[in-house]
Write a protein that binds this ligand. Structure first.
Ligand code: NAD
Ligand code: UDP
Length: 338
């Protein structure tokens, strides 16, 4: 059985990917320091799959932890989710981001090298395109960053590209996620942000269950159809499938390849709100507020390359996203703390 090390596998995207891996017969080994996750997720994965994934509580910056894991299991490949992702916090505490994300990745790559494991799928982000000159975005668009979180993703992408250029044994796939949303259809696992959510979907869902009073819509004067920001929202289980496809498509001359992971469709904030209200039967009050600093008007992907090269397309539509989001939130109004 193929053994896959999943760093950050207790988190939102990681936990859904672990379910998909285990259901397809892979042996998933999670390393996570639980900085932004809850060990309860392991019980939930057990309820879905019938087995608990192997779990090592530890930090990817800890070489001893990684050496122990690579020595105990013959790891065939790594999916690297572990990292911090809050844009605003990254502006206030840049060193926390460079240390967790960049130092963490370097520590992981050194351990992989020591143990002759050189296949890695990396969680990158559409944030590496900065404010794109046009949409849809293709992988060859210029890269830039406007905050330390985005910088950390760009730095890691650069490191991976340089390593692959220097040594053809390294095989890297960079998945540039657009906006991950939704939850596993069982309603047992989902996104459980600490504190007040930064992202649109968990915010809307928490208003619907009464944890928050109303949605603040950040700006209605963008050059979009209804003036609110447009994004490419991708179901987290489609994202999980993309990791599976990435693992299946490593090859000897692989080098370092980047793929957009989105749907190719853009939806506005108000369209998302209406679709959620329809799926949940709940009214979600909102008010129009000032633009959020650093936001862009519009971002959505061209996903032709991932279709051609890793045989992946998003299969779940907006109705499915909203249904699964609501199923998770209504069954777990306080997330894993219930
Ligand atoms: P998440 O916070 O739910 O999961 C990340 C996990 O990594 C958490 O369980 C956390 O405890 C763990 N972690 C953090 N630092 C660690 C460290 N130093 N050592 C070990 N574990 C550590 O976030 P997510 O939404 O699942 O995102 C996963 C990855 O995808 C991240 O790298 C993120 O930057 C990237 N990404 C996320 C989004 C998004 O909107 N969710 C978009 C693009 C890219
Ligand atoms: N947004 C909003 N209110 C919120 C959170 C987000 O209006 O409470 C808007 C935001 O301005 C953007 C879209 O929703 O247009 C998606 O934002 P999110 O933070 O989820 O993702 P990102 O900005 O990273 O694309």
């Amino acid at each position: 059985m193929k053994k896959v090390l999943v760093t950050g596998g207790a988190g939102y995207i990681g936990s859904h990917t672990v379910v998909t891996l285990m259901e397809r017969g892979y042996h998933a080994i999670i390393v996570d320091n639980l900085d932004n996750s809850n060990a309860e997720v392991l019980n939930r994965i057990n309820s879905i799959v019938g087995t608990k994934p192997d779990f090592i509580e530890g930090d990817v910056r800890d070489a001893d932890v990684l050496d122990r894991v690579f020595s105990s299991y013959e790891i065939d490949g790594v999916i690297h989710f572990a990292g911090l992702k809050a844009v605003g916090e990254s502006v206030e505490k840049p060193m926390r981001y460079y240390s967790n994300n960049v130092e963490g990745s370097i520590s992981l790559l050194k351990a992989m090298d020591r143990h002759d494991c050189r296949k890695l799928v990396f969680s990158s982000s559409s944030t590496v395109y900065g404010d794109p000159v046009r949409v849809p975005i293709t992988e060859d668009f210029p890269l830039s960053a406007t905050n330390p979180y985005g910088q950390s993703k760009l730095m890691i992408e650069t490191i991976l590209r340089d390593l692959a250029n220097a040594n053809s044994q390294w095989q890297f796939t960079l998945l540039r996620y657009f906006n991950p949303v939704g939850a596993h259809a069982s309603g047992l696992i989902g996104e459980d942000p600490n504190g007040i959510p930064n992202n649109l979907m968990p915010y809307i869902a928490q208003v619907a269950v009464g944890r928050l009073n109303k949605l603040n819509v950040f700006g209605d004067d963008y050059p979009t159809e209804d003036g609110t920001g447009v994004r490419d929202y991708i179901h987290v289980m489609d994202l999980a499938d993309a990791h599976m496809q990435a693992l299946l498509h490593f090859k000897p001359d692989h080098g370092c390849r980047a793929y957009n992971i989105g749907t190719g469709n853009g939806y506005s904030v108000l369209q998302m709100l209406q679709a959620f209200e329809k799926a949940s039967g709940k009214d979600v009050p909102y008010s129009i507020e000032a633009r959020r600093s650093g936001d862009i008007a519009e971002s959505y992907a061209n996903c032709e390359l991932s279709k051609q090269e890793i045989d992946w397309v998003a299969r779940r539509d907006l109705d499915q996203i909203m249904k699964d989001q609501w199923n998770w939130q209504s069954n777990n109004p306080n997330g894993y703390k219930d």
